[in-house]
Structure formats: C-alpha cells, structure tokens
Design a protein around this ligand. Structure first.
Ligand code: ZN
Length: 193
C-alpha cells in the first residue's frame, strides 16, 4: 500500500514535528507506519521519506539508497556525488550536527515539491544522533550523498523544505533537469546560475 504524499502548501510540511518516546516507537501503529513509509519510498524510487510528508507530524524518517539506483548513475556522477548504497534504516528524534566541512552544490528534488529540482548547498559531512526503529540510540557519521539525504530529511522534521535553501535561480522542472543537467558535473554547473 502506498501512502499519500503531501504537497507543498499543506501546513503540516511547515510545522515542527513532535519527538517520540521509546514506548511510542515500539507501538504497533508506529511499526506499521515504518513499513508503509518504506513501501511508499520504494514504490516512488526515492532515497528518503519523512513522516510529515505522509501526514504524520512526528520526528521519524526512513532512508535507503539501493544499489540498483546507485549503479544506474553514470560513474563520474556517482563518484562526484559520493553516492554509495545505503541499507534501509529509520531515524527518529534526530539531532543533526554539521561537521566543519565545505558546502557542496548538487541538484535535489523532493516528493513534496513534485516535478521540480534545484541546486542546494549542503554540508559534506554530518553527525546524527538519533534512535533507530526499536528505540535504540545510534550515532551516524555520514559524508557525501548520504550526508545530503540526512540533511534533507531532518529539515522536513523541522518544517523546512529544500526550496528554503536552494540557489533559487537554478529552480527548474524535473523534466528539464533530467534532460539537460542530470549527467553534468559540478564544473559544468559552476557559474551557470
Ligand atoms: Zn523531501
């Protein structure tokens, strides 16, 4: 079953989401939500989905970057974005620390801003302290595309969308992005927007 994905304009996408207790995390309703969010993300071929995007104002997101998606990219793009396969996992009540690092500019899209893409500056390295799907504490250190995904999903839990951070002159339809910019490097993009 695929959940409805809320589109920009829905107030829930702009709200601060609530944290979950360990007891709540282990409840059947949250465990079912995790399964449904996983299936929804996979059906839509995404690498992350945050609970507010499916109408649940809670600090929970699912992340997965399957090997098929990574290998479908041209090698030079995969390497430049530092995109590596990430197994399915859940982050709950995350605290994001941006590690001192340079900002990188790559195109991002979002299920909740359907049909568009833009360049978004993000930190290259992050640390995330959170709970996992059974409420155990985790510390995630991430770089490259995974760090970008974490920043994008954690933003959703605080009512922030990539359009708040994008280089606005690079905002374009997804169709145009796929046709013109999808396989371009940072060097190709630099100075164009
Ligand atoms: Zn998003």
């Amino acid at each position: 079953m695929r959940l409805k994905i809320y589109q920009v304009g829905e107030p829930i996408l702009r709200e601060e989401a609530a944290t979950l207790s360990v007891e709540e995390i282990r409840s059947p309703s949250i465990q079912l939500l995790i399964e449904l969010m996983r299936d929804t993300m996979r059906e839509a071929s995404g690498v992350g989905l945050a609970a507010p995007q499916v109408g649940e104002p809670i600090q929970l997101a699912v992340i997965e970057d399957p090997i098929e998606g990574v290998e479908a990219l041209p090698e030079h793009i995969r390497d430049e974005r530092e995109r590596t396969p990430i197994p399915f996992h859940v982050i709950i009540n995350p605290i994001l620390t941006v590690e001192p690092s340079t900002l990188t500019n790559f195109f991002e899209a979002c299920f909740s801003v359907s049909g568009f893409a833009a360049l978004v500056p993000r930190s290259h390295s992050v640390k995330v302290e959170c709970l996992n799907e059974i409420g155990e504490p985790q510390v995630i250190k991430a770089q490259g595309w995974y760090a970008r995904t974490l920043q994008h999903e954690i933003d959703h839990l605080h009512g922030t969308l990539y359009v708040d951070r994008m280089i606005s002159r690079s905002f374009m339809t997804r169709e145009f992005y796929l046709r013109k910019w999808h396989t371009k490097t940072s060097a190709d993009v630099k100075g164009k927007f």
